[in-house]
Design a protein around this ligand. Sequence first.
Ligand SMILES: [Zn+2]
Length: 158
Amino acid sequence: MEQHHIELIRQAIQLAQHNIKHALGGPFGAIIAKDGVEIASGCNSVTTGNDPTAHAEIMAIRSACQTLNTWDLKGYELYTSCEPCPMCLGAAYWAGVSKIWFSANREDASLVGFDDSDMYRELSKPIEQRTMKMSALIPDEGRALLEQWLKKPDRVEY
Ligand SMILES: [Zn+2]
């Protein structure tokens, strides 16, 4: 294990500790880095920012992309004080992050009141069995919209 990975994950934990100490949000911190060099960081600010999507990993990804002026973090690594929830894992996929390093895991998070494990279990169920009810409406109109996108010659793909 290269030392810089441990140093970066410790920094993510320190960000989370800072968040706890100053009551800035949930106990989570994250860093985006490349070759051991930090590009951006983020802390959870769900409760202070009234933003349920303001998880540390999302904040770090947003900050890194703004700093680098890109939406593609291929070649960059995400260091987080806790295993990402499904939303943040999804964001990491969308960003193309190359690897995720985490300290505490989803079970640890569940033990202190963060229901990541429940959400992961939900996602593995068929749609009809989830607690989040979902129904399709006027699917033809939604499909027509997607076809409109496909026909746009100057679309920027990602
Ligand atoms: Zn998350």
